[in-house]
Design a protein around this ligand. Structure first.
Ligand code: ZN
Length: 193
């Protein structure tokens, strides 16, 4: 498992619901936490490790060894959004790129936790921003899609750099070509169904 970078097609994939919460999934989630901490992140969606599943993890402190700060959201649905707030975001799939994004100030999110228990959380501030950012990932939406036009223009050159690097890695055989990556995403969904 590894964190994939823009423009890996998994980041544009609309993922499917998790159907079974079992030991295998718990192992996947543990690996995701380890990767997230190693990358110094505070949230990571399954799309970002090329798994087309509707789940993400967060730990707003970004520090390992605090299990009470670790949260897993499985099949999350944001059921209510209120207000608006602009704040800076980054993404482990776009390392080094940051910009201001407008998000709802307060949200209500329904999901399942790693024990399969339904959870409903009313969130604001950083947790609300995190959950909106990560839920977007599950629909193949990135924070760069939500930038105002002037800010989007500012990051365009960096996006081109990401694209160039990714295509070079594909040409060198370090990363499979898009057709194969898409085939993997598609067949994962079929084998899980
Ligand atoms: Zn992200």
């Amino acid at each position: 498992m590894e964190i994939v970078h823009y423009p890996h097609p998994a980041l544009r994939w609309k993922s499917s619901d998790v159907r079974q919460i079992d030991a295998n999934l718990r192992k996947t989630v543990r690996e995701m936490f380890d990767l997230m901490y190693a990358a110094k992140g505070i949230g990571l969606a399954a799309n970002q490790v090329a798994l087309p599943l509707r789940l993400f993890i967060v730990n707003p402190t970004g520090e390992a060894g605090q299990p009470e700060e670790e949260h897993v959201f499985i099949n999350p649905v944001i059921t209510n959004r209120k207000g608006a707030e602009i704040g800076e975001e980054g993404c482990l799939s776009l390392p080094g790129l940051y910009s201001d994004v407008r998000r709802a100030e307060t949200i209500v999110v329904d999901a399942f936790d790693i024990d399969g228990q339904p959870i409903r959380a009313t969130l604001s501030e950083l947790p609300a921003r995190l959950v909106q950012h990560e839920t977007d990932h599950l629909d193949g939406v990135l924070f760069i899609d939500r930038l105002e036009e002037s800010l989007r223009r500012e990051v365009d050159a960096k996006l081109t750099d990401f694209e160039t690097r990714f295509r070079k890695q594909q040409a060198a055989g370090e990363i499979p070509h898009d057709e194969e990556l898409l085939e993997r995403l598609k067949s994962f969904g079929e084998s899980a169904a």
